[in-house]
Structure formats: C-alpha cells, structure tokens
Design a protein around this ligand. Sequence first.
Ligand code: HEM
Length: 438
Amino acid sequence: MAKLPPGPRSMLLTTIRVARTPTEALLRYRERYGDPFFLPMGNGPIVATAQPALIKEMFANRDATLYGSFGFESTRALVGDHTVLMMNGAEHKRERKLLTPPFHGDRMRAYGEVMIEATRAAFAGLGVGEELNALERTTRLSLEAIVRAVFGYSERAEITAAQDAVRATLRAAKPFLLFSPKTQVAPFGLGPWATFQKHSRALDELLYEQIKRTRADNEGREDILALLVRARYEDGGGMSDGNIRDELRTLLTAGHETTAVSLAWTLYALHRHPELLARARAEVDALDEDAGPQELARLPFVGAVIDETLRRYPIVDVVFRKLLRPTTFAGYELPAGVTLCPAIVLVHRDPSIYPDPLRFDPERFMGKKPRPHEYLPFGGGNRRCIGAAFSLYESRIAIATLLRDFEFELLDGELPAVRKNIVLAPKGGVRLRLRARR
Ligand code: HEM
C-alpha cells in the first residue's frame, strides 16, 4: 500500500503558495492531484481532503491515542502550555469538560444584554457621513463581549484596561516570533521579543490579580472566570492558577478575532446585496422596540445570513489533526507525524453540495440544517470549537442591533480574503460610511 497520496514535490514552493494564496493553492493542488492530496509544508507533511465521507470518518474517531493538536505549537508563547489548544488525549477531554459549560444554554444566554451593549459601545460616537473600518469596530465589539463574559465587568474603566492589555499583547505577538522560536531572543533586553514579553507580563498581572480576587470572593458570580474557579475535575480537584491563566489567554484571544472577522464579512456580504440587506432589516423592524437579545438572536433570516457568511467566507479555512501513531487513511498507510487536514474551504465550495458555490445565498440555510460534515466553520469531532454557540449568538445579536440602529453604505468593491494570523479576513477590513441613524 502507498504511504502517501500524490502531491507537489517542492516544500519551499508549496509553503509559499499556500501562505500567499491559501484557497487558490488548495483548489489547484486538489485539481491536479485528486483527493486526498499531499502537501510537503515547511512545518511538516500534510495530507488534505475535502471529501465529507473521509472527514466524517476522521471526526467520528474518538480514539485519544490517534490524533494530536497541531499548528497551535506556534501559539504557545501567546497562550501557554496548559490550555485545551495544546493538550492531547485524556487530558484534553478532561479539560474540555470543564471549559465547555459556560459557553452553552442559559449560561451563554445570560451574556445577551452585554452583547447588545458591546455592539453599541463599539459603534458609538459616529457622525452621519463618517467613514469607518468595520473590522476595527467589530474587533472592539467582540473583545468587549468576551472580556465582560470572562470577568463579569460592568465598569467602563475595568473593561477598557482588560481590552488594552489583550490588544497590546496581540499586537506585539508578531507572526515571526510565534512561528520561529529562534527569534524569541531579546539582546540587551530590546527588540520585538522583549516588547512582546513586556505586554505579556502586564496581561499576566491582570489575569493573576483577577484570579486571586475571584478565589477570595466568588459569591453569586456567574462569569466565566468564576465558573472556572468553581469547576471541579472528576477526581474532585480544581484548576491551578497557571492553568486558569492559560485558558483565559486562550479564550480572550481565540474568542474575539474570529468573531470580529466573521462580523466584518457579514456586514460586507449584506451591503454587497441590497435586496438581502432590505430583507434582514425588515425582519429586525418587525420586532417590538423593546425586543431583547433572545428575540434578536431568533431572527431566522439574520441567522441564515450569518450561516451563509461562515460558509462563503470561512474564517478558519483548514483544521489539523497530527497523527500520534501510524494509521490507514483512504487506502494509504500514513506514518506518525503526518498531519491530516480537513480543508473546510474546499468543502464549502463543493458545487455538488452547494450549487453555484461562489454565490452568496442565505436561502441555503433557511429552515435547513446542513449535514455536519458538509458545513465546518467550527471544525468538528473532539476538538470542535468550544465557542461556536457563543459566537453565533453574539453575531446574531450584534448584526440585528446594527441593523436596528444604523444605515451604512459600503465603500469597497470586491474584497479578497487575506491571511491575518490564523484567520482569513477581508483585505483592508471593510470600509463603510454611516448614512443614517435610525
Ligand atoms: C466565528 C467565530 C469562530 C470561528 C470561525 C471559530 C473556529 C474554530 C475552529 C475551526 C477551531 C478548530 C476546530 C477543530 O480543530 O476541529 C476552533 C477551536 C477553538 N475555538 Fe473557536 N471559533 C470561533 C469563535 C470562538 C470563540 C468565541 C471562542 C471562545 C470564547 C472560541 C474558542 C475556541 C477554543 C478554546 C478552541 C480549541 C478547542 C479544542 O482544541 O478542543 N472560538 N475554533
């Protein structure tokens, strides 16, 4: 049996092509080599597939000794060692059990009002006729939403201090520092690594202070930090301070850039299609003036617009599972160390699943639930995104609130998707102009 499926030979060229034009490169390689196909990448050999049946088989396999985390190694400096992102096997499973509850059901719905307030705060102070960068605003929005959900803050000064600490750390976390540990040096205490460490330490101080305060007084609090401090593993033990620190850093970073980008794409897609914008607005306008977050989050067409945005403009284009031991996959005998890659963006563009796949058409999702292995914005299996429900709830509320409060006009034409850290974002961030307040 062949060890690896066919694919390009040059590691350098493949790595450059996939980094520069990720979607086009994947489309071209699959067309040339078939599916699954092999990619000799700089950070290790990859076997990619866009076949739903193969992806289903992968995600259904819960054998903890088979798949490990990959690609997140580069984010170790940012999030630490003791986070779900880095864990494998039984440890990963045990950690997810503790981390998942705050992001579902009534716990999640309790953040609804905060999501409306965060939307209004991020878009406050705009004058009619003023231009804005949608991605900058939605980044403020989603960062405020996650900061408030995590710490339970309501004071503006506290919210701003935490937002600033996260933002400064992320800004200093240059991709070359994260991807190449050799650059993690600070000669004479200077340079980009020293700057990153300075901001990272300041963020840690804030996090450890909050953990200390929460351990001292956790009465009646329902925010994520309070829930993590109270949470217990099956053996009755709790999370250490260092462990909570790493998980908080994970949630604060993974929990806002992704949602911010998806909101910017949604605003872009809606304003490219005036008839869809009018339909979404009519749905919002039909609500009572005092409609709360639950009602906003239940609007079917607004929901379908967000679902279609995540299909047409996937924020995360690929996910990875590194083989911890050799296995047979699609008739190939793959050695340990190879990384399997469900290519989300290719599945979402498959015309046999989504006819005319480049057309933005929320009708695809009206009253219909896609099959899980044909719709993968949040990955799948035992590493599926923990914040998926939270992010969808926030997106529905934020878009409905913006439609209720403002009328914008789009200043950009066709925008390509460009790599921004691990996500694919609209180039330049979507420029809008405020046309009217409502
Ligand atoms: C539109 C918004 C978002 C998108 C598109 C997204 C996408 C993803 C994807 C594709 C993965 C990898 C899944 C896999 O490997 O199968 C992931 C993992 C993860 N996401 Fe999200 N995410 C979003 C928002 C959030 C939010 C709001 C949070 C938390 C507040 C969050 C926390 C996480 C965590 C902790 C993981 C790691 C799970 C694990 O390794 O077990 N994400 N996300």
